[in-house]
Write a protein that binds this ligand. Structure first.
Ligand code: ADP
Length: 592
């Protein structure tokens, strides 16, 4: 399959034709000066197609900067998608109109192939509330749609995937800080496969120092400038075009020039470099702290891939958190599309440091192919209803902890079987003690496991006064501490308390009929109860030991006002149920 990847800017159209399975581009070109001398997006697309005439084009993948709240993943383009991208224009007034112009021109030129939009924001679409919320009056934030979105998602997702492959571990087990350091720059905390923090916010102005953008700045400084008479447009130009490395150095935004001048003694260039690297270091430390640990730091894009000295400045003296930087490996690191990963941490370093060559075009090509492969004919409407089980707070214990809490000779006693085969609720109960409060009588589930795991709801968390991460069952590494009180002893767990991620168990044949696989994240619509509700981010867990059932916690059940007979069904977005037409299936397939 050949995918034409288009990145339409206001004055350029970058194009690559590639087979996503192979990666090597069949054609790579850029049409410049759109808007001048009669060059339009239309004529630029025509130029690209003329060059591509020797090849077939099976699909077109379009880079779109802002997908707002609407797009959690890549999406097949139809009239409704176009309208939704248009609705995001206020969020990206420079980029989305140009992206749309490219989409419209390409759809007119190639009306019979599928077009797919791939969004820079989508990788961050499920940032936790704590990370996406600005601490201002919520009424004002809601009225103006002020929240953090994040960008460079295609790149962060792609390099994290390659890093996980290089490390030989599933992305879903890793805590990675990804640093995309190009002309635009952003950091991203990728926690167990998901973006949970990123440095760009509502717009791509927040965060790191960039080529010409300021990144973080006290908003009070902006108020001061406005009061001093700067117009809004002048302020915009200052922050977007006259700041960052260019503003600090006075020597333009090309780091190579800045590094050369700094070496020659130019103090402004020296300051530009130190402000830049200091900011990146702060983010690495902050994100490691926010994730409660770190397995790898990944550097990518022009500066990350090429500047030996910037990498050294950014990653030196991180030994205290287990990252031993290796000067020689750093000096020798070269990455290319053929060999995209180079390791720059020492052989004994617990936290690994990797240089990874990004390839946004290939990632867009792959996402395009994947979205098209997920499309299914109209007849494939899924009608299996998913029973819903409300999972009350409970815990799993390992043998040693059980003995400590209930006595050396005790054995778990079966109270009753629960729905998933082989599991049972026990007679034994423990009390949870947190810094703020306690919850008594939390039931143990059997059989005993290899790790302790305590699953509570958000409401329970606030009652206990703890901050438990949302995790898949089994992912207790780096989770929250809790004290357990049993009849024979008290146990302080340094980790093990989680807020369980909602999930749906299914057998392989169910997975087949839904068209999903283990690890996918789907949406499930709850219908038939007093209140229809759609749950996003539902993890699919497939095993021949499972029977079809979705598990949600008590808070979620309360939100849906659930009663026993309620059932969920897989949600397909863009589906007109009355006509049974299936256009886009919203299944999130986390990378790795
Ligand atoms: P964009 O965001 O425009 O795609 P790039 O990823 O191409 O940006 O990164 C551009 C930045 O990378 C520029 O600041 C450039 O100076 C820097 N860069 C590229 N090559 C080198 C190099 N060999 N040494 C230092 N900096 C480099």
């Amino acid at each position: 399959m050949n995918v034409l990847v288009l990145n339409a800017g206001s004055s350029t159209l970058k194009a690559q034709l590639l087979d996503p399975e192979k990666g090597e581009p069949l054609l790579s070109m850029s049409v410049e000066r759109i808007g001048e001398g009669g060059v339009t997006h239309e004529s630029a697309v025509a130029q690209v197609l003329e060059k591509a005439a020797a090849h077939t084009v099976d699909a077109v993948g379009h880079r779109v900067v802002h997908g707002g709240e609407r797009f959690m993943g890549a999406s097949v383009i139809d009239e409704a998608t176009e309208a939704a991208i248009e609705a995001c224009v206020p969020l990206a007034p420079l980029h989305n109109p140009a992206n749309l112009a490219g989409i419209r021109a390409a759809r007119r030129a190639l009306p019979n192939v599928p077009h797919v939009a791939v969004f820079d924001t989508a990788f961050h679409a499920r940032l936790p509330r704590r990370a996406k919320t600005y601490a201002i009056d919520t009424a004002v934030a809601e009225k103006h749609g002020l929240r953090r979105y994040g960008f460079h998602g295609t790149s962060h997702g792609y390099v994290a995937d390659l890093a996980a492959k290089h490390l030989g571990r599933p992305l879903a087990e890793l805590r990675i800080v990804s640093l995309h350091l190009g002309n635009g720059a952003s950091a991203c905390a990728i926690e167990l496969g998901h973006s949970t923090e990123t440095s760009m916010g509502l717009t791509p102005l927040e965060g790191l120092v960039m080529g010409t953008r300021a990144g973080d700045i006290d908003p009070g400084a902006l108020l001061m400038l406005l009061r001093a008479g700067l117009s809004v447009d002048e302020l915009d130009t200052l922050l977007s075009k006259k700041s960052g490395l260019a503003g600090l150095s006075g020597a333009g935004n090309d780091l190579r020039d800045i590094e050369r001048r700094a070496a020659e003694g130019d103090d402004r260039c020296r300051l530009a470099i130190t402000v830049y690297t200091h900011r990146v270091r702060k983010y690495v430390g902050a994100y490691a702290a926010a994730m409660g640990g770190l397995d790898a730091v990944v550097l990518t894009a022009g500066i990350g891939e090429n500047s030996v000295s910037m990498r050294q400045r950014i990653l030196q003296r991180f030994d205290f958190m287990g990252l031993a930087f290796d000067e020689d490996r750093n000096a020798d690191a070269r990455v290319s599309h053929a060999k995209p990963v180079a390791e720059i941490s020492g052989a004994s370093s617990r936290v690994r440091a990797l240089v990874v060559k990004t390839n946004e075009e290939l990632s867009i090509g792959r996402q395009t192919a994947e979205v098209i492969a997920q499309q299914r004919p109209a007849t494939a409407k899924v009608e299996l209803a998913i029973p819903i089980a409300v999972s009350a707070r409970h815990l799993h214990l390992d043998a040693a902890s059980f003995a400590h809490l209930f006595g050396a000779d005790a054995k778990p006693t079966r109270h009753r079987d629960i729905s998933q085969p082989g599991q049972y609720a026990c007679e034994e109960k423990v009390n949870l003690i947190g810094p703020r409060g306690r919850i008594d009588g939390v039931r143990l589930l059997g059989p005993l496991r290899s790790k302790n795991q305590v699953e509570v709801s958000r409401t329970d968390e606030f009652k206990l006064g703890v901050d438990a991460p949302i995790r898949d069952s089994g992912q207790v590494g780096g989770s929250a501490p809790i004290i357990l009180e049993g009849p024979k002893g008290t146990l302080t767990l340094s980790e093990g308390l989680i807020c369980a991620k909602r999930h749906v168990h299914m057998a392989p044949e169910d997975a087949k009929s839904f068209g999903v696989k283990d690890g996918d994240e789907i949406e499930v619509a709850i219908t038939g109860g007093p209140r229809d509700l759609v749950f996003g981010d539902v993890l699919v867990r497939v095993s021949d030991k499972y029977k079809l059932e979705m598990h949600i916690d008590t808070d979620e059940a309360n939100a849906a006002e659930l009663n026993a007979g309620t059932a969920g069904e897989l949600v397909y977005t863009g589906v007109d149920m009355a006509r049974g037409e299936l256009r886009e299936k919203r299944i999130h397939r986390p990378a790795g």
